[in-house]
Design a protein around this ligand. Sequence first.
Ligand code: PLP
Length: 348
Amino acid sequence: MTIPDEPPRSLRLRIDRAALTANWRALDRLSGNAIAGAAVKADAYGLGVDVAVPTLRDAGARHFFLAHWSEVPPVLEHVEGSAVCVLFGTRNADEAAFARATGVIPVINSLNQAQLWNESGGGTCHLMVDSGINRLGLALSELADPAVQALDVDILMSHLASAEDDTPQNAQQLGVFQEAVAQVGARRLSLANSAGIMLGHDYHFDMTRPGIALFGGIPHPDLANHIAQVAYPRAAVIQTRDISPGDAVGYNATWVAEHPTRVAIVSIGYADGFLRMMGKGSALQHEEHTLPVLGRVSMDMIAVDVGNSGVKDGDFLDLPGDLGKISRRSGLSQYEILTILGDRFDRE
Ligand SMILES: *Cc1c(COP(=O)(O)O)cnc(C)c1O
């Protein structure tokens, strides 16, 4: 059977391309003489690579960072393989062969990976050194190894653990990175993520690697004046109903009406990234009207108080979009709030 075109979805995620462009340009400017890359792993932090990557490319970004090899194919629709870097590196011969065939550049993280890349034929790679986050990357003590010295390293990089905090760890990591620089003959150097850009010139080197701030996150208070909201989620009302005092709404009857209340059932739930802990105390918006969320968040739905807004079946309501506010209210990080946005949204 040929399946006809899908009808318009009841969940929409509007990506403000102008804001995304302006955010990259602001971060590039704040990076001083360094160029800003773009971390677009996890489907561009949940926003969708099909919109984010061409927009960032047109803004001027030339380096795109992914975590998994599975994330590569959709990105290659928009940029050359040599513009793409995979942070997990090549863990086996299959991944090395895929890197070679696509021209995508692996970030080598360990002695194992260095040996494997050399054995598979070598060629340009990037190199991650661990400067104190103790996650991915080679230790300083491993850099003299012949397998590392044999690599053709374009970008030597490291990753900051606490760039958003005012802590001595930042300067410590900078010091370790500088020791690594002296031991590896790399063409270019890169240390800072979004928050790291705000640590100043010493942290910029040749390239910065912002992610969250591109997409509207404010990981450092000094970024607030430079970064605009990018993601605007909306959900349609599926049904409205009138309930009476004493009627309960939703699973486990956690909300009970005190007055006659008009309720709208809205097509977003925790399966779409609107988690239970984001429901409590939050509200949707319809034009100038604020519609408080009632009771528990379900898998596919929430209920809101229509009040005197006149909201009816089929209307689209605006979901909360201020990442800082949602984060403070829910206890989730701004990263989590974006990356859990589900795939039932029409990303427009
Ligand atoms: C995710 C990631 C980034 C981007 O970090 P943000 O805090 O989102 O700016 C940069 N570098 C590496 C290695 C990463 O894993």
